[in-house]
Design a binder for this molecule. Structure first.
Ligand code: PEP
Ligand code: MG
Length: 877
């Protein structure tokens, strides 16, 4: 097996083997772009490295040596030769890009002799020493394991002594001193010198990069982004070009379209006389790309053209790293840009409009998860008075939270439910856990392409970058901004769309659907066949369901309508009523309330299906907790006068009712259809309210076909009994009102027995709706209320289950039951309408499964509706 590929031997389709970076470098070389030449060591070699316990076989070393010879021939330079030295950059490159998570070593091939060779060749000794110093630091850190800070400290000391700010300002003699100090630091810590043998440097560097695949931050990153652990990284070895040679040299990054908005404009940053790491690390804040356009217009033109070619080639927004060496442009890397959902959406739509890709391709590019970001909150009313600073708008969305100064605190506070905003001078990959935990991110240095910005955008975390007017006193945990001083825990807000930072909490407003999103959604609707409905709890939710494009209501959970403070006492009175008359009275007071809820829903959904589920939860959920009641009783007993025990009697009545209703296993208890059969009065009232509402709507010219859904059915007789109840009440109400109203009666399939006996059940059902929350609970025997807290997280970690079955449908188990139920149900009633209304209706994989087995619809929470529409279309493509 070939383990090393020259750039000219690879192409873009070899990502699995060459990693994203290696494949792209090969592709660019083939396209004739100015790419420094080199070769890539395959991801398979990295996997072998791990299976061979960190051993690099001789055969691989020989292949690397041979590739090195080709590289020497191509460049006309010699590795390790002081006369015309070749230097190389050694970079990691996984199949899926993991920006900043693994290591890179630049200037490799430097030693005491070749650095002098570089000095002679460029006539610039100061420069050569600077490169050497940088190399020692990188090598010392990445390969020899010394923390970066130890080097930075030495550099800082020297800068302080010389009154300079960065390495570029040091004189030759200082640099020589720095190199000595770096070398002795290495010697002191590792008892070894930095290797002078450049071939040894190279092999050790390759090994170190393989090793960096499993450093803690890369592992965290992979977990968050669901990247397989066993993929491994490729390593690219590429001729070094020097961006820090003179003022006609420099380095930069650019996006072919704005990664924040998707607008077609080149956006980038450029640092003259610098090497790549400085831009990415956000150590020096770079100039905008227009600086390059002004200072070297011809090079800018060439860059612009290369960027357009690359974008057309890949048909996607590119993130390009380039270096200019003495006026000559080199493209070092290109990759699909990490961007906000908004930018991804806009670019995909624009490419489809321009005919570069099809609508289907555009849709496939939309990651449903990204819609979460698109549906970001923003600031309700801009309040200029509260703005304390403005930085770069690095990742959109507005948030308020408590200020924290380090990643550990961010994580700790988040784990106890606080919303935090993390402020850092600049973030490094070591901060990844803090960035994940924080709701918002604020940095003082670094541009739109700094690590913090890139990572935040990828995760949809609002971020303001490069807020230089602030002063951070990390040691005392103070953030000073003009007259304001913020301490740990102080509330601040930021708006990642404008870059503004606010003191205190700020009022946020709900997201709007952008023009592009609504276009994409209309494409999705054209393509998909499965319908997307919404689950609602209250009439007020209908407006969101409509706003996000629900084609119907798949589940209206009526119990939530009883829970407002004014209604709760009424349902409580129904439950604790001493006799039938008391109960009827309370029910009659609830009736008009329910009726008006339903009228409102029917009116707003005019003509679209509305599925109303009759009461489901066990009754005790509507009553106060026993401890609370006991407390109240104690209190009353203390203050009650002799004889006047009315209040006390009432409380005692409730207590005995609560005790009577108490069950050991309430989720498997007296709820759903079981309640409707044994205690039909509530269902009776609900059905009456539904048909009165329907009759009124029909009077007003509204088209309504109520769909009444019976929960927790496990036996066909339950459904037939309750169906009779619906028919009787419907007939009575409609006759009274002299109205005709078609309606349907269906059932949830959420008890395994219902799935198994679906043929019998279908005889009495107009539709099935899979309640996969309960169906998962009862099929796996995992309590939906407790499993996550108890064992499920461990199960996930140990890979006993692949995904949380309450989020992603368990296809092998629950899914099989669904298929079986559907087949049996439709064998009796071929036209049986079937959908799903559990939480899985908002999950991409589960939606695909629903499409595959032939469901007619999925129903999910209103905010997930756009997501589900796109996922349903993707399932079809
Ligand atoms: C279900 O069980 O999947 C369902 C939708 O009903 P609920 O979540 O209300 O039990
Ligand atoms: Mg249920």
């Amino acid at each position: 097996d070939q383990r090393v590929f020259m750039f000219s031997e690879g192409n873009a389709s070899m990502r699995e083997l060459l990693g994203g970076k290696g494949a792209d470098l090969a592709e660019m070389t083939r396209a004739g772009l100015p790419v420094p030449y080199g070769f890539t060591i395959t991801t398979a070699s990295c996997r072998d490295y791990y299976t061979h316990l960190g051993h690099i076989p001789l055969s691989l070393i020989e292949e690397i040596e041979a590739a090195l010879v080709s590289l020497e021939q191509k460049t006309g330079k010699t590795f390790g030769n002081s006369a015309n030295p070749l230097f190389v950059a050694v970079r990691s490159g996984a199949v899926t890009s993991m920006p900043g998570m693994m290591d890179t070593i630049l200037n490799l091939g430097m030693n005491d002799e070749t650095s002098e060779g570089l000095a002679a060749m460029t006539g610039n000794r100061k420069y050569a020493l600077e490169c050497y110093a940088r190399f020692i630091q990188m090598y010392g850190h990445v390969v020899m394991g010394i923390e970066n800070n130890a080097f930075s400290k030495l550099l800082r000391q020297l800068n302080t002594a010389q009154g300079t700010e960065h390495i570029g300002q040091l004189e030759q003699a200082d640099l020589a001193e720095l190199i000595d100090k770096y070398k002795s630091l290495i010697h002191q810590r590792t008892k070894k010198p930095i290797p002078q043998n450049v071939r040894e440097q190279l092999i050790d560097a390759v090994r170190a990069i393989f090793r960096s695949w499993s450093n803690p931050r890369a592992k965290v990153y992979r977990k968050v982004h669901k990247i397989p652990e066993d993929q491994g990284t490729a390593v690219s070895v590429q001729e070094m070009v020097f961006g820090n040679l003179d003022e006609f040299s420099g380095t930069g990054v650019l996006f072919t379209r704005n990664p924040s908005t998707g607008v077609h404009e080149i956006l980038g940053e450029y640092l003259p006389s610098a090497q790549g790491e400085e831009v990415v690390m956000g150590i020096r804040t770079p100039f905008g790309i227009s600086y390059l356009a002004q200072t070297m217009p011809a090079v800018y033109e060439e860059l612009h053209e290369a960027a357009s070619r690359l974008e057309a080639w890949y048909g996607d927004i590119q993130d390009i790293e380039f270096t200019i060496e003495q006026g000559k442009l080199y493209i070092l890397q290109t990759r699909g840009a990490r961007r906000t959902a908004q930018a991804a959406m806009k670019a995909a739509v624009d490419y489809a409009k321009e005919g570069i890709i099809t609508k289907e391709e555009a849709l496939l590019r939309i990651e449903p998860e990204h819609l979460n970001q698109l549906l970001h909150q923003s600031i309700e009313a801009q309040d200029a008075d509260k703005v304390v600073a403005t930085g770069l708008p690095a990742s959109p969305g507005a948030v308020s939270g408590a200020l924290v100064f380090d990643s550990e605190t961010a994580e700790a506070w988040t784990s106890v439910g606080k919303r935090v905003i993390l402020v850092r001078r600049e973030t490094t990959p070591q901060d990844i856990h803090g960035v994940i935990a924080a709701e918002g991110l604020l940095t003082l240095r670094g541009g739109m392409t700094s690590h913090a910005a890139v990572v935040a955008r990828g995760m949809g975390t609002p971020c303001v970058c490069g807020c230089e007017e602030m002063e951070l006193r990390e040691d005392v945990k103070e953030l000073v901004c003009g007259e304001y001083t913020f301490l740990e825990g102080d509330l601040i807000s930021l708006d990642g769309a404008t870059g503004q930072v606010y003191a205190g909490e700020i009022k946020l407003k709900d997201p709007e659907i952008s023009e592009e999103l609504s276009l994409v959604l209309s494409w999705a609707d054209e393509i998909k066949h499965m319908k997307v409905y919404a689950n609602i709890d209250q009439p007020g939710d209908v407006k969101y369901a409509r706003k996000w494009g629900a084609e119907g209501i798949g589940l209206c959970r009526t119990e939530h309508m009883f829970l407002s403070p004014s209604r709760l006492p009424l349902i409580q009175r129904v439950i604790v009523a001493g006799n039938a008359q008391e109960r009827q009275e309370a029910l009659y007071r609830l009736l008009p309330i329910q009726q008006s809820d339903f009228e409102q829903i029917f009116t707003e959904m005019d003509g679209l299906p509305v599925t109303i589920r009759l009461l489901d939860p066990p009754l005790h959920e509507f009553l106060p907790k026993l401890e609370v009641l006991e407390g109240r009783k104690e209190h009353l007993r203390m203050i009650t006068m002799d004889g006047d025990t009315e209040e006390l009697d009432k409380v005692e009545r409730v207590i005995s009712k609560v005790q009577e209703l108490r069950e050991t296993n309430p989720m498997l208890g007296w709820r759903g259809a079981r309640l409707g059969i044994v205690f039909p009065e509530i269902y009776d009232m609900q059905i009456e309210a539904i048909f009165r509402a329907a009759a009124n709507c029909i009077d007003r010219g509204i088209s309504v076909v109520p769909e009444i859904m019976i929960p927790l059915v496990g036996h066909a007789n339950e459904l037939s009994t309750l169906r009779r109840l619906v028919d009787e009440v419907a007939e009575q109400v409609l006759r009274e009102n002299l109205r005709h109203c078609p309606y349907r009666v269906g059932t949830m399939i959420e008890v395994p027995r219902a799935a198994l006996t679906a043929a019998e059940i279908a005889k009495h059902a107009d539709f099935f709706s899979f309640g996969t929350n309960d169906l998962t609970q009862m099929t796996l025997g995992y309590s939906r209320d407790d499993a996550e807290r108890r064992f499920l997280s461990q199960y996930l970690e140990q890979k006993i289950v692949e995904a949380n079955p309450f989020e992603v449908l368990d296809e092998e188990g629950v899914g099989e039951l669904m298929k079986l139920a559907l087949n049996r149900g439709r064998s009796w009633k071929p036209q049986l309408v079937a959908g799903l209304c559990g939480e899985h209706g908002g999950d991409r994989d589960s939606i695909r499964f629903c499409h595959q087995i032939g469901l007619d619809y999925v129903s999910c929470s209103p905010y997930r509706v756009p997501f589900a529409r796109i996922a349903a279309a993707q399932a079809e493509i």
